[in-house]
Design a protein around this ligand. Structure first.
Ligand code: SF4
Length: 335
């Protein structure tokens, strides 16, 4: 079934008391006008005028339940006529784990909210502290339970490469997040955004950049954890924006095709496990699901080249196999 079209509106970081080191709220907080009920009405009127039905309204970008109650109510009230006429079928919002109560969730649900995204970021309290998150892993576990108890869809967001983290802490965080059985996760490897405290830490030598290569390596450890648990990874890597591409991302794991690079690395590792049993010089055919052929081949055939060299093979061909899922099949390995 096709997913409902999402109409995203960005709630500013109004009054956020926190100082997450990677967040650029101080840079942007003075400029764009806060999204208002009128903005909600106008975005949804435009959708209705285009004949759209059953869209999902999404409040992203801030901590929805941490902005004033009057603002939350005005944004949600503005959406109600469009729920009534069928333009909007659901509402999703993102917020912080320490800004969620059972009462909040009950009234949000009454306004048509169906999905809550929590910024867990890490399940390691040392990493959370070093990153200025201002909440603990236990608070994330509690909030996740509240969202599920309220009958809402739970999406958890995590980051890799935060200050104080290592490959091991990031993998351990992924395991703890998977254990919370969310309905989906987003993984955001850390990007150093201009004019953030993290940029200052990096320039002062207090933080080592989480490179694209670092992110690919750790995310290729993490992705199979969620796959094995049947938890969809609905986003991997920051959405590219003109601002980030034009210099807003000063360093770190910013790559427009990060998700593809990670999927490619996961498949390269699976292929390596199969090819370890193949004699040198063999001409090999690997079978993967049709949608994974390009990821298995790798950008500029990088996986084929590196695996052929690593295992001294005659050649590697990748063949689409219907129904292969995430598995990989050794179709043929002849002389
Ligand atoms: S909680 Fe952190 S990431 Fe979110 S708006 Fe506040 S400072 Fe930024």
């Amino acid at each position: 079934m096709a997913r409902a079209r999402i109409i995203p509106l960005f709630v500013p970081h109004l009054g956020c008391p926190n100082g997450c080191v990677f967040c650029d709220q101080r840079r942007i907080s003075g400029s764009p006008l806060p999204v208002s009920g009128a903005d909600v009405s106008s975005a949804l009127s435009a959708a209705r005028d285009r004949g759209e039905r059953g869209v999902e309204l999404a409040f992203y970008g801030g901590s929805f339940t941490a902005v004033g109650l009057d603002i939350q109510r005005s944004l949600l009230e503005a959406a109600q006529p469009f729920r009534a006429d069928g333009t909007v079928s659901s509402i999703r919002l993102s917020t912080r784990p320490d800004a969620v109560t059972a009462d909040d969730l009950a009234w949000l649900r009454g306004y048509g909210v169906t999905t809550v995204e929590l910024g867990a970021q890490s399940m390691d309290d040392g990493v959370l502290l070093a990153s200025g998150r201002g909440h603990t892993a236990a608070q994330t576990e509690r909030a996740a339970g509240l969202v599920k108890d309220a009958g809402l869809t739970l999406i958890l967001q995590m980051m890799t490469g935060l200050p104080g983290s290592s490959r091991e802490t990031d993998v351990a965080s992924a395991r703890r997040i998977a254990a919370l059985a969310p309905d989906g996760v987003r993984i955001y490897p850390t990007v150093i955004v201009r004019n953030t405290p993290l940029e200052d830490m990096w320039r002062a030598g207090l933080y080592a950049e989480h490179t694209v290569a670092d992110a690919v390596a750790v995310c290729a450890d993490i992705l199979p954890i969620f796959q094995a648990a049947g938890i969809p990874v609905i986003r991997l890597g920051l959405n590219p924006t003109d601002e980030l591409t034009a210099g807003g991302a000063v360093a770190g794991a910013y790559h427009p095709a990060l998700g593809e690079l990670v999927r490619s690395e996961v498949l390269r590792r699976r292929a390596a496990a199969l090819l370890a049993k193949v004699p040198p010089g063999a001409h090999v055919t690997l079978g993967v699901a049709p949608g994974l052929v390009s990821a298995m081949t790798g950008q500029h055939r990088s996986n084929i080249a590196s695996l052929t060299a690593e295992f001294s093979l005659g050649s590697i061909r990748v063949k689409p196999v219907e129904g292969a899922g995430e598995d990989m099949v050794l179709v043929d390995a002849g002389p």
